[in-house]
Design a protein around this ligand. Sequence first.
Ligand code: SF4
Length: 479
Amino acid sequence: MSADILPFNPVLYPAPASTKWPINGDLSSLLTRFDRPGPRYTSYPTIDQCVESVGAAAFTDALKARCVGGLKRPLSLYVHVPFCESVCYYCACNKVVTKKHDRSTQYLNRLEKEALMVARIAPTGLSPVTQFHMGGGTPTFLNDSELLGLVEGLKRVFPFSAKAEMSIEVDPRTVDENRLLHLRSLGFNRISFGVQDFDPAVQKAVHREQSVDSVSTLLNAARRWGFESINVDLIHGLPKQTLRSFSTTLDRVIELSPDRLALYGYAHLPSRFKPQRRIHDADLPDAATRVMLLRMAIERMQAAGYEYIGMDHFAKPQDPLAVAKRQGRLHRNFQGYTTQPDADLIGLGVSAISKVGNLLVQNVRELPEYEDRIGRGELAVFRGHEGTREDSLRHAAIMALLCQGEIHFSDFSQAFWIDFPQHFALELGLLRPFEDAGLLMLGPDGVRVTDLGWLFIRPMAMCFDAYAGRPQIERSKLL
Ligand code: SF4
């Protein structure tokens, strides 16, 4: 049943302590208490639960078992292009920084070989690709003819549905209007522009400079060429960002009027991500400013008519994501929020992730090793995780929270034959402090997140994560 037609039942859900936005100080104390780094749950379990004892053999078995018995699980395809011409200092992606464009020749050869290898194992003919995504790195590091060869080659190997969603991440510095037209002619119908921030001081501090005018020209061209959905990515918490500068960036983005906006929070982890060592701690906004940046962005996007989809995503009310959310059809996969139901995912390229049935696997993360293994005719998988029934159950609970902001216990009794409150007694206990703070309503038939609670949806979801990230402080209070 959709969130639209399920009326809010005050008997099942006692009134929350507060559904109003608290003043900044209170919000800050809520963030201090509940906010913690955690997964974005584009999968559950998350990729870091993979182990090296589950590898290429398990992937081969899972591919062979696809579509057994005539079942037609839809297929999603992801291609990772790791190359970037220059490094952005906030970057946490798997990439190779190079200006040598001939580096892509061998890589494209390996991608083709990998696609053929996977396709020979899997009976893909039974289910065409319904979702195709190119990410990186910078997919538009490839020139027009390379992109053409890649997309045409993939279409020869994997049949694409006529209605397939085809999306690509675009660094505005690497394309012009003609290149966008070329992408459109290849069948791409969704495009995502990495903007991050328009303020010159911020752009300089993160080593990514691009003007409002150039991005505006590209967005207008993308509209003219008929891309069905245009997304802009922003990041809050970047060095040199102030309330005033970010307010101006938001003004510009609202004027650009993308269909969707992703607003990510910058996580400064210089010990893990080398480029971040070029960012000076002193330039980073303090915790209070970060809270205000986020709050301002949410209020401004909503005032401009965007609907809050969840986590860090906004969409115009008529965008398919917003419609799917209202109708209770929203899903979440490796591409983030999506209208597509659960599909098998085949990831091609260095560090790419695949999920086939209950098996999650990842390719090696170093480019030379990837190219060597594929060159020798071996799959490049180096680690994996075979999901259990308990994983599926927890995945369903986490997705219900992240996509709809509610869990109906009866859905789980029907689908999994469990008594939800009994099975998840500890997890519901972990959610009590969120309820006491007015972030969540717990009732005898279900759980529902309040408006304010959406800001804390990730730590709430972490309560159902059996592997990592449980809020230990809150947990210890219960035991
Ligand atoms: S943020 Fe994107 S463009 Fe910048 S270095 Fe990382 S992958 Fe490359």
